[in-house]
Design a binder for this molecule. Structure first.
Ligand code: PLP
Length: 414
């Protein structure tokens, strides 16, 4: 074993933002100036240009006819959703609250879809009135929609969310296969389709979502192939031709040491094959993929200010004014099994050597409030700005902001 083989794994390079005079530049603005403009720390900042570039690069890697949807639960900030609506082909929502933001964004109602277990009557009614596509996840939803149709006269546009008979391998979070609360088991779908036909709902297609945060292209390719085959089989029982086939997504981004950026080439090649097959075997159907994290995760940072520098029995602690109440996932408490460090830097000392090992913590009175555990960082002092990369998805709205009663965090789109 050579010396380099023995080195511990490192983070994938973070090249989405430039550095000028030792400062990270986000939205064209050096970090200390951006912090002054925001007016207080901590904050999340999302970079418009970086979001646009991300979508453009993804499109370049995929067949032109693939429709790209943004799954907005990854980041529902209204200004960001508006920006994304101008870049993608549709928005996927998961609640009545998200539906409002998607409608406000100006996205075409034809291209908004709604998935999620336990959609309530009011949400279904709003969705039908709006004219968006509802991904049905239970027999109860069909009955509710039939009643809404009788009472209001509005036709519901529906697709069936299928719980597939396979799992997405190597996924950070499995959301299909086996017993799941999501979708309707593939075996029950023919019966559900008959029910949809009897209820007079407008059937438009299938939705399959196997899982999230996958960094293995071969696993994503396999899931997309199996999803396609399953949809072909189920289409034989459909009351009308399939117009949309949503193959899910699950594209991951590198968060932790040893993880690499996802290779899109095999995924693009496979989708090209599936697109050709769809023209023959499902004529008139649009193939859709829906992505959240992959589109927005890398374009966002979380910024907190160092308020104290303490040394406890030889270990350096940078105490910031932020914490897990703003950024639960960076603390390791949002679905991770073993805590690992996100990529963290001192954003106003980007040119300084990584000369000390320090832990970054927040203001909360709990040992869980750890944002970086003994990481190699530039020597930092109170006043400096700690930056957590890969924070554009599942940050602000996926964190328990009320926990311990500290001030809320701010979000800006720059
Ligand atoms: C959460 C979710 C997504 C987005 O997942 P990402 O990992 O953020 O891409 C897409 N579709 C459905 C149905 C979801 O529940």
């Amino acid at each position: 074993m050579s010396a380099s083989d023995r080195q511990s794994p490192t983070h994938a390079p973070m090249t989405q933002f430039s550095v000028i005079d030792g400062e990270l530049v986000v939205g064209g603005i050096p970090l200390t100036r951006l912090a002054a403009r925001v007016g207080k720390t901590p904050f999340y900042a999302y970079d418009r240009q970086s979001l646009a570039q991300r979508v453009a690069r993804l499109r370049a890697a995929l067949p032109k006819s693939i429709k790209l949807h943004y799954a907005m639960k990854a980041n529902p900030m209204p200004a960001l959703v508006c920006h994304m609506a101008g870049l993608v082909d549709g928005i996927d929502v998961a609640s009545g609250g998200e539906l409002k933001i998607a409608l406000d964004s100006g996205a075409n109602v034809h291209d908004i879809s709604f998935a999620g277990p336990g959609k309530n009557r009011d949400e279904l009614q709003q969705a039908v009135a709006a004219g968006i596509l509802i991904n049905i996840e239970s027999f109860r939803e069909v009955a509710e929609l039939a009643r809404i149709r009788e009472e209001s006269g509005f036709l519901g546009r529906v697709a069936v969310r299928v719980n597939p008979d396979f799992e997405l391998k190597s996924s950070g979070m499995k959301m299909g296969g086996g017993p799941k609360q999501f979708g309707v088991d593939a075996e029950q779908v023919p019966e559900l389709l008959a029910e949809i036909g009897r209820a007079g709902l407008t059937f438009e297609g299938f939705h399959l979502f196997a899982g999230s945060q996958n960094l293995k292209p071969e696993a994503i390719v396999e899931a997309q192939c199996k999803s396609f085959e399953l949809a072909l089989r189920l289409a034989q029982s459909a009351p009308s031709p399939v117009r949309f086939l949503n193959l899910g997504g699950g594209f991951g981004i590198p968060y932790f040491p040893g993880e690499a950026h996802l290779d899109l080439a095999p995924i693009g090649a496979n989708l090209a094959t599936l697109t050709e097959r769809a023209q023959r075997e499902l004529p008139g159907a649009e193939l859709v993929i829906e992505l959240g994290r992959y589109l927005v995760g890398e374009a966002g940072i979380y910024v907190a200010r160092v308020v104290d520098r303490k040394i406890s029995r030889g270990q350096i602690f940078l105490v910031t004014n932020g914490g897990l109440h703003h950024h639960l996932s960076a603390s390791g408490n949002f679905g991770q099994v073993i805590r690992k460090n996100y990529p963290v830097v001192i954003g106003n000392r980007m040119n300084a050597a990584l000369q000390e090992s320090a832990s970054v913590v927040g203001v909360l009175c709990t040992p869980l409030d750890l944002l970086a555990d003994r990481m190699e960082l530039a020597a930092a002092q109170p006043g400096d700005l700690v930056v957590i990369y890969q924070s554009g998805a599942y940050g602000f709205t996926a964190s328990p902001q009320a926990f311990l009663g500290h001030p809320a965090c701010i979000e800006v789109l720059v």
